[in-house]
Design a protein around this ligand. Sequence first.
Ligand code: SAM
Length: 245
Amino acid sequence: MVINDTIWQNDDIAQHYLTGVRGAIPLAAEQLDVMLRVVHAAPAIVTNILDLGCGDGILGQLLLDHYPQAKATFIDFSEPMLKSAQIRLADYTGRISIMNVDYSQQDWTYHFPHGNVSQFDVIVSGFSIHHQPDKRKQELYAEIFNLLTPGGIFVNIEHVASHTSWGKQLFDEAFIDSIVADQRRSGSVQSREEIIQRLFNTDDQYANILAPVEDQCDWLREIGFVNVDCYLKFFELAVFAGIKP
Ligand SMILES: C[S@@+](CC[C@H](N)C(=O)[O-])C[C@H]1O[C@@H](n2cnc3c(N)ncnc32)[C@H](O)[C@@H]1O
């Protein structure tokens, strides 16, 4: 059985994530707050935003709300996700472009009107790039660097690797606790065991190719990003960013 990131094109997996997992991600609000803070502190004037692997567009929408003059491009390669983004972003007509683009392909930037040249002041990505092999992650970070305007910022809210199985166990426990608490709040009577089964036996688990956040920050520095750091970390959930000089 070959399991790769295309599992996201499955409607059931997309809906399970959007309705059963996204809202329960531990420290989700803090991750968004950190994203907004680092974007705000970056030198670029925010006029053009890219949300990479946008899902239903949660990250880009928050930025559009904070930067009323800005426009945003949302890309994803999952039709169910793009449909959810269209619904979520229905009130932003004129400021948004929603595109079916697979960024695992090296020519993905040619889908943009200006091709692969500097054109975005902010590029964000949430829980998406960890499906790419490490070599492709590094190429992608370089392509993102090229797409940024000078002073522009890349922020990745991402699932990263633990260094030890002990660390992974800590993350799994915290993540399950958070999902169970969220399910209880929404009145679900599913047992913890059932929730674990659903969480860890879906194909998206097998499509993960996690890399330590330290390595990923080093890759960004090697490419030329500055002010690179992991600005928030909760076990395997990290918010890291870098600025194009
Ligand atoms: C876990 S969801 C995250 C969605 C959203 N960014 C969020 O923060 O909630 C991962 C998303 O990345 C998209 N994705 C994964 N690989 C992709 C690729 N190669 N090209 C475009 N989108 C991709 C999936 O379709 C899915 O919508």
